[in-house]
Design a protein around this ligand. Structure first.
Ligand code: FAD
Length: 498
């Protein structure tokens, strides 16, 4: 029997785990080197004073990407992972007292919009039908394959896909599209928010991003039992089952390149050789630190970063029956907020606040009668929101806004607290400037500018994760793992003859 080909994966983020599973199933001997002591990267868990918090992502969509991994591995998902569809995807609060419940049932949501804003159901249905069309016709081409391999990039197919959609999706912004579709400002703001799902600005990002609303509103939002950490645990469990080896607390120092070919890595001053290497870490740091290629690293920085976040984990010693799993408290002036984040790169004094409370789904995530609040605002991906004075100012602004809208005094209710800021995000997961989603989608060229899932200069080096094609967020990271592993499978057929 021929010896197995060896694959090394750098980083155990969600894309690193998925790539490892895929390669192991295809017969590779896979080893993951991870600098932290856990699998999951940005998907983390914080347990503090009887509360438990998901530290990173909180919104879960497209469970089919995870299911596909189990199906492909020939394993049943049930012992590893459970999830359920939400009836209420998000509760939106506005400063003028308007509250909109976004129901997953379209008729119910349309009725809610009519009651709260007077909007006719027809406008919502037309919008979501269009969003579905864009997702199916264009999204499927852009998200499921490499855009950088000539043989995969079928220009005819792409032109045909664009011909069935409106040029406005490319040439006008998401905000303009939404203004055209809805007359009520609350509804426009609600749909503008989808640009933030990949860390972008709705006043700059192309109308194409309308496809994100399809994923949430047509396909649905899900809750993973046990919280988001259960996604990482499920993939880690599946990887172990498929024979993947893990080395935690191992920070990779270097990718070894010989004859323009990746041949292994150096970690803790020890060398490990392999037939192929996959970097799951931020592509900027891959070039800068692991390949010592400052020029390529600087080229990556020419693309605008996605936004970052400032997150407060608050143990709240009270029950708020008026809140749901996902809650948004909108800023009064959304445009000014995005200008602050992306143009001025400064914090904004009336930020849109997102609160995620998993104890609504699983009461054991907080002591009895209490709630675990994950309170997040979007901030620029730089160091600004990471110093103590700025964090305190943001905290004050957040509390003032929540007190105003919820008509209460939150501060005395906070009995435990922790903070995540851009500098910490960079330190914990090596994401440049704490960007949550790699690069932003604030231009129509963004999809083409993202780094490919392979290296043009170094053979046998591949990339999977939020900073490369097709982008950040768990669903796209899982797709990047699929694209990278498929490229490896194809290319590896040639290696046997080299
Ligand atoms: C606060 C926050 C909120 C978010 N909200 C959502 C959400 O609601 N829904 C959603 O889908 N997405 C959300 N995201 C984005 C999502 O978490 C990421 O896009 C995704 O998890 C990134 O996965 P990844 O595979 O790119 O790897 P990462 O999670 O970035 O992991 C990379 C791994 O590489 C390791 N590493 C780095 N350098 C080295 C080295 N030299 N050697 C060894 N290992 C190394 C790191 O320790 C890390 O474990 C959020 C992110 C954050 C931080």
């Amino acid at each position: 029997m021929a010896a197995k080909q060896k694959a090394i994966i750098i980083g155990a983020g969600v894309a690193g785990l998925a790539c490892a599973i895929r390669l192991a199933v295809q017969g590779f001997e896979v080893t993951i080197f991870e600098k932290n002591n856990y699998a999951g990267g940005k998907i983390g868990l914080l347990e503090k004073d009887g509360y438990c918090f998901d530290t990173g992502p909180s919104l879960f969509v497209q469970p089919q990407n995870i299911r596909e991994l189990f199906d492909m591995a020939g394993e049943t998902i049930i012992p590893y992972f459970h999830y359920k569809k939400l009836d209420l995807t998000c509760k939106y609060f506005y400063e003028d007292g308007t509250i909109i419940n976004a129901y997953s049932n379209k008729e119910k949501f349309a009725k809610e919009l009519k009651e709260k804003t007077g909007g006719r159901p027809h406008y919502l249905f037309t919008y979501l039908d269009e969003a579905e069309k864009i997702y199916n016709k264009i999204g499927s081409i852009f998200l499921n394959q490499s855009l950088h391999k000539k043989e995969k990039f079928d220009i005819q197919k792409i032109l045909k896909a664009f011909s069935v959609t409106k040029p406005a999706y490319l040439f006008s912004t998401l905000h303009k599209q939404n203004k055209r579709s809805f007359s009520d400002e609350h509804v426009v703001q609600l749909f503008d928010r989808f640009a933030t799902y990949n860390g972008s600005n709705p006043y700059k990002a192309p109308g194409m991003l309308k496809l994100i609303s399809h994923v949430e509103m047509n396909e649905g939002v899900y809750y993973p039992e046990g919280g988001m950490i259960s996604i990482a645990r499920a993939l880690y469990g599946l990887a172990i089952k498929k024979g993947v080896s893990f080395h935690f607390n191992h920070t990779v120092q270097k990718i070894i390149v010989a004859d323009k070919k990746a041949t292994g890595i150096v970690v803790n001053n020890e060398t490990f050789f392999a037939d192929v290497a996959v970097s799951n870490i931020d592509v900027y740091f891959t070039y800068l630190q692991l390949l010592n290629d400052e020029q390529s690293a600087n080229t990556i920085l020419k693309q605008e970063r996605s936004s970052s976040a400032l997150v407060f984990y608050w143990g709240i010693k009270k029950d708020f029956p008026g809140l749901e799993l996902h809650n948004i408290f909108f800023s009064k002036n959304y445009k000014a907020e995005f200008n602050s984040i992306f143009e001025d790169k400064k914090i904004y004094d009336d930020p849109t606040i997102y609160i995620n409370i998993t104890s609504k789904m699983e009461p054991e995530h907080a002591p009895s009668g209490k709630e675990n609040w994950f309170v997040m605002i979007n901030v620029a991906s730089n160091e600004q929101a990471s110093d103590e004075a700025t964090i305190n100012l943001c905290r004050k602004n957040i509390l003032a806004k929540l007190n105003r809208i919820l008509k209460t005094d939150i501060e005395p209710l906070i009995e435990t607290e922790a903070v995540l800021h851009p500098k910490l995000i960079e330190a914990q997961t090596a994401s440049y400037a704490g960007a949550l989603y790699g690069t932003s989608s604030n231009s129509r060229k963004a999809a083409f500018m993202r780094h490919p899932n392979f290296s043009n200069k170094i053979q046998r080096l591949y990339f999977a994760g939020g900073s490369v094609h097709p982008g950040g967020g768990i669903p796209l990271c899982l797709k990047s793992a699929k694209i990278a592993s498929e490229l490896i499978m194809e290319d590896s057929k040639k290696w046997k003859h080299e």
